[in-house]
Design a protein around this ligand. Structure first.
Ligand SMILES: [Zn+2]
Length: 347
């Protein structure tokens, strides 16, 4: 009961990459960089286990960014000539690669870190991939959309990416991954598109998987652009309300959402009937460490809308831009809070 996991990313140690940055520069190259990525992956597996998390991951130590890490191994993407683009409905500018030709995987994307993690932990292993709609919102398309209206262009590109994601997801399952999670922060920005075709593209990406499948939908990392955006969303954040019914009807097993310190009305979780719900009990936009009591309280309020055996305490989002010692303390708090909730709400 109350199995704990993180959303996905963890801070990179200072010897691996620049710290407290979303697109950090690596500190090494070639074989030395590969060794450093592997070392960081092992380090975070140990920290997650020691904290007492039930489901662990690679902390995304081998990718520079949660979307671009996948794209780096895709033919048809020009990484040499990045362009500045407003992403997440122009919430912030990012330097994004361009789609210039037919998309094709060059080979495996995440085999090294997935197999490394699998070989070094007995716990359930979750692995994250970007969702098709969020990828489409984080690249500049110069190829698929030729001659199409904006919406048709996006749908076509999203399904092209969904094919590639499915190929990698099936391979991750073969590597021994227990849960494949797709990250779709774009679902909270383009709600009508998410409902109309985003969930279908997601299902295409997860097609045929026998392992558990999950989707993470959030209000973003704890960076200033996101904190400022949240200020404009008003007293009640009802974005999930438009997408959850479509997700409840979908083949996806688990949904990860933002809860603690958000203005999401907790009763929206009712819309996820039949799904496992990863409830965000850790705020990624604050360095204050949650107390076990606060975490158990958040779990208690979610229990009014999510059955006990469906509720999984989680972080609101990834911890990548955070200071390492803060992230470590938050992982420990997450496990302690879930333990307290088990004592409080257990049978
Ligand atoms: Zn997130």
């Amino acid at each position: 009961m109350f199995e704990t996991a993180i959303a996905g990313s963890l801070p990179k140690p200072s010897w691996l990459a620049e710290t407290e940055k979303l697109w950090p520069e690596w500190k090494a190259s070639g074989a030395e960089l590969e060794r450093a990525k592997a070392d960081a992956t092992l380090l975070w597996l140990k920290v997650q286990e020691d904290a007492g998390l039930d489901i662990v991951g690679d902390g995304e130590q081998s990718r520079q960014h949660f979307v671009h890490g996948f794209l780096a191994r895709v033919d048809g993407i020009d990484f040499e000539h990045k362009v500045k683009m407003g992403i997440r409905n122009n919430r912030y500018d990012a330097m994004v690669p361009q789609v210039t030709g037919p998309l094709r995987l060059q080979g495996r994307v995440h085999a090294t870190e997935a197999r490394l993690a699998r070989a070094h932990t007995q716990r359930q292993l979750k692995f994250t991939l970007p969702g098709p709609m969020t990828i489409v919102d984080t690249v500049a398309d110069r190829f698929y959309g030729q001659g199409l209206a904006a919406r048709e262009a996006k749908v076509k590109l999203a399904f092209a990416f969904a094919e590639l994601l499915n190929e990698e997801a099936r391979a991750l399952e073969a590597d021994g991954v227990d849960i494949v999670q797709f990250d779709e922060p774009a679902f909270n920005v383009y709600m009508a598109d998410a409902r109309d075709w985003g969930v279908a593209a997601l299902e295409r990406a997860a097609d045929g998987l026998a392992c558990k499948t999950a989707v993470h939908i959030c209000y973003g990392y704890g960076i200033k652009a996101n904190v400022d955006w949240k200020e404009t969303l008003g007293g009640e954040w009802r974005q999930y309300e438009q997408v959850f019914p479509a997700l409840a009807r979908s083949s996806i097993d688990q949904v990860s959402l933002e809860c603690f310190h958000s203005h999401v009305p907790p009763d929206l979780m009712r819309l996820l009937d039949g799904k496992d719900v990863m409830v965000g009990v850790i705020d990624v936009a604050s360095d204050t460490i949650e107390t076990p009591e606060e975490i158990a309280d958040t779990i208690g309020s979610a229990l009014r809308f999510v059955p006990r055996d469906r509720l999984r305490p989680c972080t609101n989002c990834g911890l990548a831009p955070m200071r390492r010692e803060i992230a470590e303390a938050k992982l420990a708090a997450l496990a302690q809070g879930a333990a307290l909730a088990r004592a409080r709400f257990g049978a």
